[in-house]
Design a protein around this ligand. Structure first.
Ligand code: UD1
Ligand code: UDP
Length: 365
């Protein structure tokens, strides 16, 4: 039986790869080996538990304040050692994290074919998102199978010289999970708030936003919460201490702002589905928001998910405090504009991406 080694390390990679792992395991045609770097710890473990995925190897490398060089060095060396022993037929990585980049590099050095799930996303700006734009471009350079979520991602790859026969447009596996988590009768103390109040859901964690941009984002949100007392702002705070410190300082003492730990995936998805507006600098949340039709202000100058902007659900507003505040006010106070934006869209997939990728892998391997 041919073996695929999956290598990943963070929450979003797990959310987007576990549906594919479980799909392949249920078919029993290809062997799967699950290697996690542990770039994230609590945020990764919770997702693995939720999907019932048990890693074969955990490098356990997370450290507070870890640098990009630390992660790259340790994943590169450890993955190289593991691949030498286990000799996979294909290494599969996802997206644009440093774990994905270093694992792809390790496989490339050993001439092991690489598959890239969520290939072809681009801003064409190496500083935004940093270092993800670099990571995904490098992965696409060494990968031989490109699972592009959308036609636009495929076009990016074609423009860069990737052969068409190696690109497969599959939809985004992130939408697969969403199809099973969101339920009308879901109940949780946080999701139940939306029965009485309008919820503004906020997440922020990007490396390039830590520091002044994050202060600006949070101060805009505090002004929003103070102006619209009928709103409840819910902010699940990323485990990065550099993020939580600023969140506590800026958002800690406002009555209608709730700061909480990162939420379990089904709680988070159901909270998204019930939110009135989302503010985020996340990648995956942009796709999920478009699928759910929740108007979303993207706290970045550029997005690699233009499909959501074209669909009308997403709007990239950057991190300037006045701009974030004014964009929110304009969306919130103009009900016609709001209703035009609040439309669900299948631009990122229909929930069948894992099945499509598994079909292709079975055929090719
Ligand atoms: C990483 C990815 C980013 C992705 C994000 C998803 C890179 C360079 N960045 O960024 O692309 O969008 O994950 O969330 O690959 N921490 C914990 N517990 C956890 C997770 C993180 O304590 O479960 C803390 C640690 O102190 C860690 C810090 O957060 O040092 C930063 O984590 P890191 O993976 O380096 O960066 P992220 O910003 O999470
Ligand atoms: N998410 C979650 N709990 C939270 C916040 C986010 O489960 O408290 C999920 C969210 O639904 C999405 C993913 O985490 O699937 C996004 O992760 P993140 O924003 O950390 O990373 P990015 O997508 O920006 O790489």
């Amino acid at each position: 039986m041919k073996k695929i080694s999956f290598v990943f390390g963070t929450r979003p990679e797990a959310i987007k790869l576990c549906p594919l792992i479980n799909e392949l395991k249920s078919r029993k045609i290809l062997q799967t080996e699950i290697i996690v770097s542990g770039q994230h710890r609590e945020m990764l473990d919770g997702v693995l538990d939720g999907f019932g995925v048990v890693p074969d190897v955990n490098m356990n490398l997370m450290r507070e304040g870890q640098s990009l060089s630390d992660i790259t060095e340790r994943v590169l060396c450890e993955a190289s050692r593991l691949f030498k022993d286990s000799l996979p037929s294909l290494v599969l990585v996802h997206g644009d994290t440093t774990t994905a980049f270093a694992a792809a590099l390790a496989a490339f050095y050993q001439k092991i074919p690489i598959g890239h799930v969520e290939a072809g996303l681009r801003t064409y700006n190496l500083k935004e998102p940093f270092p993800e734009e670099f990571n995904r471009r490098l992965i696409d350079t060494v990968a031989s199978l490109h699972f592009a979520p959308t036609e636009s991602a495929k076009e990016n790859l074609l423009r860069e010289g990737v052969e068409e026969k190696n690109i497969f447009v599959t939809g985004n596996t992130g939408i697969d999970a969403l199809k099973s988590t969101v339920k009308e009768n879901f109940s949780h103390p946080l999701t139940d708030i939306a029965k009485k109040k309008r919820v503004l859901l906020l997440t922020a964690h990007r490396r390039e936003n830590i520091g002044e941009p994050l202060y600006n984002i949070y101060s805009a949100v505090r002004r929003i919460a103070e102006k619209y007392r009928e709103l409840c702002v819910i902010c699940p705070v990323h485990k990065n201490p550099a993020v939580s410190k600023i969140a506590c300082l800026e958002l800690g003492n406002t009555e209608n702002i709730i700061l909480c730990e990162p939420l379990e995936l089904s709680v988070f998805h159901n909270l998204m589905a019930r939110s009135y507006v989302i503010l985020t600098d996340s990648g995956g949340i942009q796709e999920e928001a478009a699928a759910l039709g929740v108007p979303t202000l993207v706290l970045r100058n550029v997005t690699e998910r233009p499909e959501g902007v074209r669909a009308g659900v997403l709007r990239a507003v950057g991190c300037d405090a006045d701009t974030v505040y004014n964009e929110f006010v304009s969306l919130y106070e103009d009900s016609e504009k709001y209703l035009k934006t609040a439309r669900s869209s299948e631009v990122f997939g229909t929930g069948k991406a894992s099945e499509k990728i598994a079909d292709i892998l079975e055929k090719i391997l």
